[in-house]
Each structure stands twice: as structure tokens, then as C-alpha cells.
Design a protein around this ligand. Structure first.
Ligand code: PGA
Length: 300
């Protein structure tokens, strides 16, 4: 039984008015939540307790030569980047991309895995042991496309998350609400459910290897980015969830990426939000130039 999110029934932020045509106001009061240390300090830069991570999610895109040259561009771009960088490449290219990233600080990620075995008669599946053996540092779990197209339930997402961690790989757990869910005021209940079920069995120590990617489904691949205000208030909710369900220290340290139509134009403003600790980037990660600009966002 997942407890419903309770709280004051009005949104305190003026941005809700501006967005109401597209995205309905959230039925909560940001001021009612325990503010994170960085939000209390008024800016992200003021409290540098956690790293930031920009990760590209190439999805089912690129052919081998393109993947390798893109990886080389990312390796170059990461040299001056103010944060950690990773690319989640398609499975057939992981080894080649790993080679192309050699000597750089760019981490390698996979986009999915099989949770129930390390090897055996599971045609088409890829185990976390295999991913570790080719040098993956990260694996995504619960991406909305896995949930919507491939039917990954919260229970499957949880099993994958636990398996990835058990393998000693960092897990980027993706959560996010549908447009209808935001419009009907269900955003925080949806996120609460996804976090509660997705992180079942993940203890304080394991939390060090978890990255959260908050990706509103209505913003993925649509060009409709959440405004920094809407993204920040949702990230503040997610961080407060960790305060309530884990501890202040874990809430202060967990990396919460934003995802959904992040591009070179909107990245600086999004990354300036106190509770946004990086980005998971789809479309704009497929071009060296735009992803380089995103990795080298200007700190405000
Ligand atoms: P997008 O995808 O940047 O193309 O919206 C983000 C994601 O799905 O991770």
C-alpha cells in the first residue's frame, strides 16, 4: 500500500498560472516541504555537496561508425565540462564506444538489462554480468519508453535496479508522470509510487550507487521542456521524498537529473536550479555539437 501524498491543496508558485494552458497546476505547496540544503541556501552553487551528471541516452539511434565518432566528440567535450559525463549507447556498440572513450572521463552506460539471471537460455537478453564485462559504469532502469513500449512494470524496474546494483554498476532510475497525470494533479502520487516500488530493498548504502532521472513523459522528445520553475518544484518534491523515506544526508547527496527535451539553449537555466543535478539527454545527445554545449553548460 503506497501512502498518498498529502499536503496543502494550492500551488504557491506563480509559474503554475503561466503554464495552466499546457500543464495543470500541482496540488501542493512547495513551502510545506522540507527544503533541501541547496534550496535553503538559495542556489545550487552555494552548497556543492553533490556532483552533477550529464548523460546522453542515444536510444535506438546511430550506426557503428557514427556511434564511434560521436563518442570521440563527447570524450573531447568532457575535458572542460564542469560535471561528470556519460553516454548510454546501444548494446551492439558498447565495446567500440568504450574504446573510443578510453582515457577520457566519460562513463559508459547501457539502456536496459535482464534482471533474472546472469547467463542461460534467455534469447535476446543481456545480463548485468555481460554489461559489467564490457565496462559499463551505468545502466538505465525504468526509462519511460521501457515502461510504455516494453511493458516494464514497477516490479520489473525494481528487479532490474537491484540486479544492476548487485553487479556493482550504478543505476540511473528513471521516473516521471504522463501529461494526463500532471493535468489531473497526480504527479506526486505517481512519483511516490515509482520511487517506493522502484527502490524497494535499496538500503542507505546502496543509495550511493543510485542516480534518479526525473523525466516528465510529456517533455520527452516533444520539445516541450518543463520550465526551470516547474522542474525545480518537482525535483524539490523528489528530494523531500528522500528526506522522508531515507535521511537528510541521502536527500542531500542523491543526484537527481532532469530529462525531457534538454538542449543547448535551455540547459544553463535548468542546471542553475538548486535541486537539479544534471540531465539525461535524448535527442540533443545525438549531435556532437549540441551535446558538447550541454556538457559545458554555464554555471549560474
Ligand atoms: P529527449 O529524451 O531529450 O529527447 O526528450 C530524454 C530521454 O528520454 O532520456
Amino acid at each position: 500500500e503506497i501512502p498518498r501524498v498529502t499536503g496543502v491543496q494550492t500551488c504557491a508558485l506563480p509559474i503554475c498560472k503561466m503554464l495552466s494552458a499546457v500543464i495543470a497546476p500541482l496540488s501542493w505547496n512547495a513551502a510545506a516541504l522540507p527544503a533541501s540544503a541547496s534550496a535553503r541556501a538559495g542556489s545550487r552553487a552555494a552548497v556543492d555537496m553533490r556532483e552533477m551528471l550529464i548523460a546522453g541516452n542515444w536510444k535506438m539511434n546511430t550506426l557503428l561508425p557514427e556511434a564511434v565518432s560521436l563518442a570521440k566528440e563527447v570524450a573531447e567535450a568532457a575535458k572542460n565540462s564542469p560535471c561528470d559525463v556519460a553516454v548510454c549507447a546501444p548494446l551492439p556498440y558498447l565495446t567500440a564506444v568504450k574504446d573510443a572513450l578510453k582515457g577520457s572521463k566519460v562513463g559508459l552506460g547501457a539502456q536496459d538489462c535482464y534482471a533474472d539471471a546472469d547467463a542461460g537460455a534467455f534469447t535476446g537478453a543481456t545480463s548485468t554480468a555481460m554489461l559489467e564485462s564490457v565496462g559499463c559504469d551505468y545502466v538505465l532502469s525504468g526509462h519511460s519508453e521501457r515502461r510504455a513500449i516494453f511493458g516494464d512494470s514497477d516490479e520489473m524496474v525494481n528487479a532490474k535496479t537491484l540486479k544492476i546494483l548487485k553487479q556493482g554498476i550504478k543505476c540511473i532510475l528513471c521516473i516521471g508522470e504522463l501529461k494526463e497525470e500532471r493535468e489531473s494533479g497526480e504527479t506526486f502520487n505517481v512519483l511516490n509510487t515509482q520511487l517506493t516500488k522502484g527502490l524497494k530493498g535499496v538500503d542507505d548504502k546502496m543509495m550511493k550507487e543510485i542516480v534518479i532521472a526525473y523525466e516528465p513523459v510529456w517533455a520527452i522528445g516533444t520539445g516541450l521542456t518543463a520550465t526551470p520553475e516547474v522542474a525545480q518544484e518537482t525535483h524539490a518534491y523528489v528530494r523531500s521524498w528522500f528526506t522522508e523515506n531515507y535521511s537528510d544526508a541521502i536527500a542531500d547527496n542523491v543526484i537527481i537529473q532532469y530529462g525531457g527535451s534538454v538542449n543547448a539553449e535551455n540547459v544553463d537555466e535548468l542546471m542553475a536550479c538548486p535541486d537539479i543535478d544534471g540531465a539525461l539527454v535524448g535527442g540533443a545527445s545525438l549531435k556532437g555539437e549540441s551535446f558538447s554545449a550541454i556538457c559545458n553548460f554555464k554555471k549560474k
